[in-house]
Design a binder for this molecule. Structure first.
Ligand SMILES: Cc1cc2nc3c(=O)[nH]c(=O)nc-3n(C[C@H](O)[C@H](O)[C@H](O)COP(=O)(O)O)c2cc1C
Length: 317
């Protein structure tokens, strides 16, 4: 697995980047996709729901599976299980999640508390599998007390194949703007590919991140909410082709297609429930979007959601 220059990655996002959305993003130009974080303990426990999260369609390769946890031996065994079960293109270690549920279990950004322990985890995962192991970190625990360079160097020394940096601290959660200059610092320090992440919402943001930081690849999360064609727009911008804007009809047509794909994979009740947020995001710019969103969140089935989106589409024709 190679992280080629200028590759565009879909960020791991719990509850969002399941296989259907990953597939859509691949079709719109994402070069590499990553699963949402998967608990190493859940895998070792044999939880069916957890193991379900590591499954993916072959057509979506290259796909990375992201693991979280805090125990080196358990993470190594979970990585080995993932490798033997689905043979992903890479396995990513989550050392960035600031959410209490994960931090409390000594996973995610809590790994930034102790660099020796962090190194032990990366090394044990690298030793356990022949699949490349990558690491995703934040810039530190506290704003302006940046420790990203040390952790990136440690990850590299322990055999990581690439490093993703989301340059906020654990304490910042998602507030403020990310500190892109930290990506530049990490890029200067390591020789493995650096994947820059944080606050890319438009094609010009993507160009700016490449330009300002020198990163090798970029990773996009919230910017693709209801906006998966952003990957295509970035590709166009990188190739100096005109960036095509999309109109409301297009947005709603993609939303309907997204819903149909969801329904072909998930039970109707699950599709109806989980597609609401995507549908609401696709409705950005639709006349009376607030009213439409309200209707979407109140609907009780996938079929009802389909009628709402169809009606919205007819109203803009
Ligand atoms: C709803 C949500 C879920 C997320 N889940 C994960 C996750 O499972 N693993 C991870 O490493 N980061 C996770 N993140 C962080 C994103 O991968 C990304 O680092 C962050 O959103 C910043 O990038 P962005 O500004 O492009 O969204 C999540 C973010 C959001 C908003």
């Amino acid at each position: 697995m190679e992280f080629k220059k200028n590759s565009l990655l879909l960020a791991p996002m719990a509850g969002i980047t399941e296989p259907v959305f990953r597939g859509i993003c691949r079709e719109f130009g994402a070069d590499i996709v990553v699963s949402e974080m998967v608990s190493a303990e859940g895998i070792l426990y044999g939880s069916k729901a957890t193991i379900g999260l590591i499954m993916f369609d072959e057509v979506q390769r290259p796909t990375g599976i992201q693991l979280f946890g805090g125990n080196p031996e358990h993470l190594a065994r979970a990585a080995s299980f993932v490798e033997s079960k689905v043979s992903p293109d890479f396995i990513d270690l989550n050392a960035g999640c600031p959410v209490q549920k994960v931090v409390k279990k000594n996973g995610g950004s809590s790994l930034l508390r102790d660099i020796t322990h962090f190194g032990r985890i990366v090394r044990s995962m690298v030793d356990a599998v022949s699949t490349p192991v990558t690491v995703k970190i934040r810039s530190g625990l506290h704003k302006f007390q940046w420790i990203d360079v040390e952790f990136a160097l440690m990850a590299q020394d322990c055999g990581a194949a690439a490093i993703t940096l989301h340059p906020r601290s654990q304490s910042m959660m998602f507030s403020g703007h990310s500190f892109w200059e930290r990506i530049a610092e990490v890029k200067k320090a390591v020789s493995i590919p650096v994947i820059g992440n944080g606050d890319i919402c438009t094609a010009s943001d993507a160009l700016e991140m490449f330009d300002q930081t020198g990163c090798d690849c970029i990773m996009i999360g919230r910017g693709v909410y209801g906006n998966p064609w952003l990957f295509r727009q970035i590709k166009d911008a990188l190739s100096e082709r005109p960036v095509q804007e999309v109109d409301i009809r297009y947005r709603l047509t993609v939303a309907l297609d997204h819903l149909e794909r969801y329904r072909s994979v998930y039970k109707d009740s699950v599709a109806g429930r989980d597609m609401k947020k995507h549908a609401a995001w696709y409705c950005k710019g639709v006349p009376n979007a607030a009213v439409l969103r309200n209707t979407i969140f109140r609907c009780s089935s996938a079929e009802e959601l389909r009628s709402i989106l169809l009606q919205a589409l007819e109203s803009v024709t």
